[in-house]
Design a protein around this ligand. Sequence first.
Ligand code: GDP
Length: 182
Amino acid sequence: FNALKMDTNILVLGADNVGKTAITVRLLTRRFIGEYGDMESIYCYKVIIDGREIPFNIWDPAYSQESVLCQSSVQEKQILWADGFVLVYSICDRASFNAVARQIHHIRSTKDSLGVEKVPIVIVGNKRDLQHCREVSSEEGRLLGLATDCPFYEVSAAENYQSILTMFHGLINRVKEYKCAV
Ligand code: GDP
């Protein structure tokens, strides 16, 4: 647990426009702004879990759509930096959902080559408020979570702060579990 206090790095990944920045900003400010620039940012933040403050760094990288589709361009240094991953897709964008399994595989094989066996990853279906343009069912998300052994959450950065907070707590707890298991 003490190791976690020193340095927990969370990387937010996913295709363009799925809401990576919206989720990050929502977590940090509790607000949904609606329009976000293409800035790449690393933020420091803390959550309180079981009465303890847990500081962490969160990296929201800027990508172009092409680079996401090409797995190898998910920068190795970002994967090496991160202790935990938030893999975001939009429930209104099937291509973004299809990219998730590839990215999980890429993250795991990169970490595996460094001798890291267990990698905390959560799968996040965002834009849950946009039911009328849903392309990916909750069941598909749930099954992907089971198949890849990653917790699955459906959230809305626009309309539900609590869903974002619950998802982050889930990830931080998983990082904590894995660090304790080492
Ligand atoms: P990123 O490219 O993955 O960082 O995506 P952004 O965070 O920039 O969001 C892309 C667009 O989707 C923006 O117009 C956001 O306002 C919108 N957006 C993000 N999350 C949600 C959500 O939960 N619901 C709705 N309706 N729109 C969202």
